[in-house]
Design a protein around this ligand. Structure first.
Ligand code: FRU
Length: 719
């Protein structure tokens, strides 16, 4: 990698087999993009042009926390090795130091037809004809913190967000802002009061109508606005989309692009991809997608891809809807202990926390009694599992059930759990939000067994409460949204313009607004995910957005470090020897089939005493892939809310006894990315282990796992 910063500070600290120096600081990813220093968030302006993949990104030139937002810039010819370039669009301040304009997220296009007129003569051909440049145009949100009048006479209100453009005639190296900025000053009629939350334009060329199309977000309204333009300067509002599916928090960084279903170029569909924050699948930031059609002006979601939260799957059995608000839990056959002993379901609108949304009917179970200080348990009557799924609505604080602290003095869970055979087999916490969202558990593995639910609130801190409503038993899960990633650290994903439809490549910000400003890295903060190739694939009659790391990453593979097949892997842990430094940065592929065991997986970044470990595996009974970072390393850096980071993340992936399940895992010092063989389930998760937590193990719980094949390659550094 070549750097514009030539100052290389080499700090020699011996850590066994490696030495800290430039780009090998503690936690520094070796094959993920990071800025040399300072804060980074969203990928911006992803565009492929003249053999180069451009990566612009939200960047603070002045520090390691969010602020002074500018567009950083890097390029790559292979999506693996990146070259840092000078800042493309730098935050502007007045002479008193007041910030006048920040450059928020957006996209970039190559204006091959010079629709903007931004092209300039760059030479002459052999016959003396003028050769013009091909302008690259960035379309971004101008965020103006301070009220002022621009030199072009436009009056700006404090906090305004407008859409602007800038162009480059030297392939993205230097940029000129368009003198007529902003090109879309305010949101349209009906939404003019949303002028402070109107942002993140994604623009692409729509060839059937020879127009530029923009999709931008009214973040608080959960509405995407679709505009068209002939020249990127004058825009016409065509339609709007939303709210739909995951629609709490804010909608940010939308994009809209076509893909072929199962690679068939006559079966094109369109995908909306967007960030939801807070309101992600775990807590804080998340990424959802919606599949549908686009006709050049309007996006229509497929009916099979929109989920009405007020409808429950046909044939569902309602176990408890908590509508009996004049009864105590005891009268309903439940058992309540501690501060909840004398209580029963409450009328949601009378619960005195912030406004509760998303409950069905008027009643719900809540552990908010006056305030967050109430603690105790609320236990359901026993029942027999007779359907494949249990679904429920849930909201409240993020304090997950942690098996290693449960029952100890450090137990601070706020959770809704399913108990079978005396064990917690599924557990769900809230997301630091008052809006109830649907969550589903696959329980096919316990069919015919006796079970009960327990609500446990042992937390008196802020957000130390939970709401639960509408517990149902059904044959299919109650879906809330299509999550693009089931981990906590994949946000603001954007895709490349300038590639063929079949080559849609996405990059996400590998962090989460819930704790992103506190992660313990220095002198940079935040990494990008590996670039991922997207596709639409039909799986069990559903069309899903699937993804895998781009194949060019294989250029970093070392020769095989480990390759083995176990016809039957025994119960317990089996250590795999992987030499440093590759025990901290590797590609590990594992395939396996169900044996007599209940869980199988891989333990990474573990120390000898298992006080640090990141666990990635499959639960044959719960039918889910999971990533567990309860003990991944430093996880209490979030100051006032140290619970924000740890967790056990799951994604349902049904399988049969004969299915071979594959997990592709990328480990890079401070992150793991996991993809199942189909790419329908992906997890992105940061981890901050000690350097010497570097063991690699396989595990099988409660019996054997069959036909286990493991292949490990080290990942060479791309820096
Ligand atoms: C998403 C986001 C965008 C905004 C940018 C500002 O992470 O909030 O909506 O444009 O970050 O840095």
């Amino acid at each position: 990698m070549v750097s514009v910063t030539t100052c290389i500070l080499t700090v020699l600290i011996g850590f066994g087999s490696f030495v800290r120096s430039y780009y090998t600081e503690e936690y520094r990813p070796q094959f993920h993009f990071t800025p040399e220093q300072n804060w980074m968030n969203d990928p911006n302006g992803l565009v492929y042009h003249n053999g180069q993949y451009h990566l612009f990104y939200q960047y603070n030139p002045n520090g390691t926390t969010w602020g002074f937002m500018s567009w950083g810039h890097a390029v790559s010819t292979d999506l693996v090795h990146w070259k840092h370039l000078p800042i493309a669009l730098e935050c502007e301040s007045d002479s008193n130091g007041n910030v006048l304009e920040m450059f928020f997220s957006g996209s970039a296009v190559v204006d091959v037809n010079n629709t903007t007129g931004f092209a300039i003569p760059v030479g002459k051909d052999r016959r003396g004809h003028v050769i013009n440049s091909t302008p690259m145009v960035a379309i971004y949100t101008s965020y103006y913190p301070t009220a002022h009048t621009q030199s072009n006479g436009v009056v700006i209100r404090a906090g305004q967000q407008s859409q602007s453009i800038a162009f480059s005639n030297d392939n993205g190296l230097t940029w000129t802002q368009y003198e007529g900025n902003p090109v879309i000053e305010s949101p349209p009629a009906g939404y003019v009061d949303q002028y402070q939350n109107f942002r993140d334009p994604f623009v692409f060329w729509y060839s059937p109508s020879s127009k530029w199309i923009m999709v931008a977000s009214l973040a608080n309204e959960h509405i995407l606005l679709i505009y068209s333009s002939d020249n990127l300067k004058t825009w016409k509002l065509e339609s709007q989309f939303g709210p739909e599916n995951a629609k709490f928090g804010q909608w940010e960084c939308p994009s809209l692009f076509p893909l072929y279903v199962d690679g068939n170029n006559r079966a094109e569909k369109w995908v909306i991809l967007m960030g939801v924050n807070p309101g992600g699948v775990i807590t804080g930031s998340g990424t959802q997608y919606i599949i549908g059609s686009f006709n050049g002006t309007t996006f229509v979601a497929d009916p099979s891809d929109t989920y009405d939260p007020t409808q429950i799957p046909a044939g569902s059995i309602v176990f408890q809807n908590f509508e009996s608000t004049s009864s105590t839990f005891k009268e309903l056959g439940w058992k309540a202990t501690g501060d909840f002993a004398l209580f029963g379901p409450q009328v949601a609108s009378s619960v005195t926390t912030q406004t509760i949304n998303g409950n069905l009917g008027s009643g719900l179970l809540t552990t908010w009694i006056v305030d967050d200080s109430a603690t105790g348990t609320i236990i359901s009557p026993k029942f027999i599992i007779t359907k494949n799924y249990i679904s429920f609505l849930i909201a409240g604080g993020y304090y997950p059930y942690n098996p290693s602290t449960a029952g100890t003095a450090n137990d601070n869970q706020v959770s809704f759990s399913l108990i079978v055979g005396g064990q917690v087999v599924h557990s769900q916490t809230g997301a630091d939000a008052e809006n109830l969202v649907w969550r589903s558990w696959n329980v096919a593995g316990w069919f015919g067994e006796e079970a009960y639910f327990i609500v446990t609130d042992l937390n008196t801190n802020s957000w130390g409460h939970l709401h639960v409503d509408e517990i149902i038993f059904s044959d299919t899960p109650k879906v809330e949204a299509n999550w693009n990633d089931f981990g906590p650290d994949y946000y603001a994903a954007a895709t490349y313009n300038g590639l063929p439809t079949a080559d849609r490549i996405a990059i996400g910000w590998m962090n989460n607004w819930a704790y992103g400003g506190n992660i313990p890295t220095s002198p940079w903060r935040s990494a990008m995910s590996v670039p991922r190739k997207l596709a639409l694939k039909t799986i069990n009659n559903n069309v899903l957005l699937v993804q895998q790391p781009v194949s060019s990453l294989s250029s970093l593979y070392t020769p095989s470090l480990y390759s083995r097949k176990f016809s039957s892997l025994k119960s317990g842990e089996t250590e795999i020897p992987v030499p440093a430094p590759y025990n901290a940065r590797m590609k590990l592929t594992v395939s396996f089939k169900r044996g007599t065991g209940s869980k199988f997986g891989v333990i990474l970044r573990s120390n000898a005493t298992n006080t640090q470990e990141t666990i990635i595996g499959y639960d044959f009974l719960g039918q889910n892939v999971f990533v567990d970072r309860f003990k991944s390393g430093d996880n209490a850096f979030v100051g006032s809310e140290p619970n924000q980071f740890p967790g056990h993340f799951i994604a349902t992936l049904p399988s049969t006894l004969t299915d071979s399940i594959t997990l592709n895992i990328l480990l890079d010092w401070s992150s793991v990315e996991v993809f199942d063989g189909n790419g329908q389930v992906a997890f992105t998760s940061q981890i901050f282990p000690l350097d010497d937590s570097a063991q690699v193990k396989l595990f099988s719980v409660g019996g054997t796992t069959r036909t286990v094949t493991v292949a490990i390659n080290g990942m060479k550094s791309s820096w």
